[in-house]
Design a protein around this ligand. Structure first.
Ligand SMILES: [Zn+2]
Length: 169
């Protein structure tokens, strides 16, 4: 039988085998140290129940040993029915937020041939503008591309270059 309780620090619902009662463990959600409460005092008449009680006190006495901690199987209970409030995952660490966690990965392709305005080559300017717009922390990778296109001015198929930018935004 599992002991089900809430982490006193983050309220995450946790379940642990009752052999872990009284042991100190680390909450898988907030990483705070928490003490597993004693199993609910359900009447246990079976021989199994008696064994569980003695096992419980053994677990308590060796709780501080490394072996006891390794054996502890802490898990978040899984329910079939929806509606239970379970904190699925802890908040991302601050540096992950700074890197743009929660944003989508997007791609922007800038073709050189599309950056000519009134005869002026504005490719570098456009790429620079876009890069500054997304910010360095959101830039994942930039690839150069090569492509062919039909040039209206010269009526020829030309090979040109461009850049494909993967970013978070
Ligand atoms: Zn917690």
């Amino acid at each position: 039988m599992d002991i089900v309780f809430n982490c006193p620090h983050c309220e995450q619902e946790l379940a642990v085998d009752n052999s872990g009662a009284g042991s100190e463990i680390q909450c898988p959600s907030c990483n705070e140290k928490i003490l597993i409460p004693a199993a609910p005092s359900a009447p246990e008449s079976s021989p199994d129940g008696a064994a569980a009680v003695s096992h419980q006190s053994t677990a308590h006495s060796i709780a501080s040993s490394a072996a006891a901690k390794v054996e502890m199987h802490l898990k978040v209970p899984v329910r079939d029915k929806p509606g239970e409030v379970l904190i699925a995952k802890p908040k991302p660490p601050l540096e992950a937020v700074a890197r743009g966690a929660g944003k989508k990965i997007r791609v922007r392709t800038i073709r050189h041939s599309q950056c000519t305005e009134a005869g002026h080559d504005k490719f570098d300017e456009k790429v620079t503008e876009f890069l500054n717009e997304i910010g360095e922390t959101n830039l994942i990778i930039a690839h150069t591309i090569s492509y062919t296109h039909f040039d209206v001015g010269t009526q020829k198929i030309l090979t040109d270059y461009g850049i494909m930018i993967l970013y978070r935004g």
